[in-house]
Design a protein around this ligand. Structure first.
Ligand SMILES: [Zn+2]
Length: 260
């Protein structure tokens, strides 16, 4: 028995995928191309270090109770999949992501980043922020979610997390924050979150740039797809800094999912 990280029920916990299982069926991966690797730095002394070849993206964390896993989390997965499937399969096709669709995928991406907290390291999500996802199917008001177009087609999934703090002199001085990139196929979600509500005044609210668009808060009338620019791995790390301007961030987690 343990405590569910979402509803806080003291119960038997189930495994939740860090990367969605449906991605295994959308993106063909012959053989055992994935070098499944878990890494964490000295922030967490009990960091997991494990590497093995795999035919599927199979990392899971056991932090979720069955009612959460099969209930609202499953609903968020289904809602996101209906939006993401055409974007992953046909990334060059012109489309528009409606505000409702933006909220659906932003909530899903935030949930997946919260699930990945189970890998270890600094816990950033507060109970209030988890409740926003669980009870309102929306990202927390203190979060920001952006989408970018990722052009490293060899990498079908990736999770990258930075944590840090706003330095002295920064408008948010002392605020802790984490920015995470959660990549599925050609889509990279940039999730900025802080346990300090002051981050709410941060930049990037409802804006779009050639390389990224805001999903949360949502953009009206829609986000046009594809974006004008796409990013590689270096560009992705640059964007993680761009959506959290002035923050001093250190890389904490990286899950490279495919062997080079
Ligand atoms: Zn639960």
């Amino acid at each position: 028995m343990s405590v569910c990280s979402w509803c806080r029920a003291d119960t038997k916990l189930t495994n939740e995928h860090v990367f969605p299982d449906w991605l295994n069926n959308l993106v063909e991966a012959p053989g055992e191309p994935y070098r499944v690797k878990w890494e964490a730095d000295s922030v967490n002394s009990s960091a997991i270090r494990r590497t093995y070849p795999s035919a599927r993206l199979g990392q899971t964390v056991a932090t979720v109770c069955r009612p959460c896993n099969n209930g609202w989390m499953s609903d968020l997965e289904a809602g996101a999949l209906s939006v993401l499937k055409p974007l992953i399969l046909y990334p060059d096709e012109r489309s528009a992501i409606s505000p409702a669709a933006q909220v659906a995928v932003a909530a899903w991406a935030t949930m997946k980043v919260a699930v990945a907290e189970g890998l270890g390291g600094l816990s950033v999500f507060t109970d209030d922020q988890r409740d926003a996802l669980r009870l309102a199917s929306a990202p927390p008001s203190t979060g920001r979610v952006h989408v970018a177009r990722y052009n490293n087609v060899q990498m079908s999934a990736k999770y990258l997390r930075y944590t840090g703090m706003a330095p002295a002199g920064h408008p948010l001085a002392g605020a802790r924050a984490t920015t995470a990139a959660y990549v599925v196929g050609p889509l990279a979600f940039l999730v900025l979150l802080s346990p300090d509500s002051t981050i709410n005044t941060g930049a990037g609210s409802g804006e779009s740039r050639p390389a990224w668009a805001s999903l949360w808060p949502p953009v009206t009338p829609a986000v046009g797809w594809p974006l004008l620019e796409s990013v590689d791995d270096a560009g992705l790390e640059r964007l993680l800094g761009e959506v959290a301007p002035g923050m001093i961030l250190e890389r904490e987690h990286l899950l490279p999912a495919r062997e080079d």
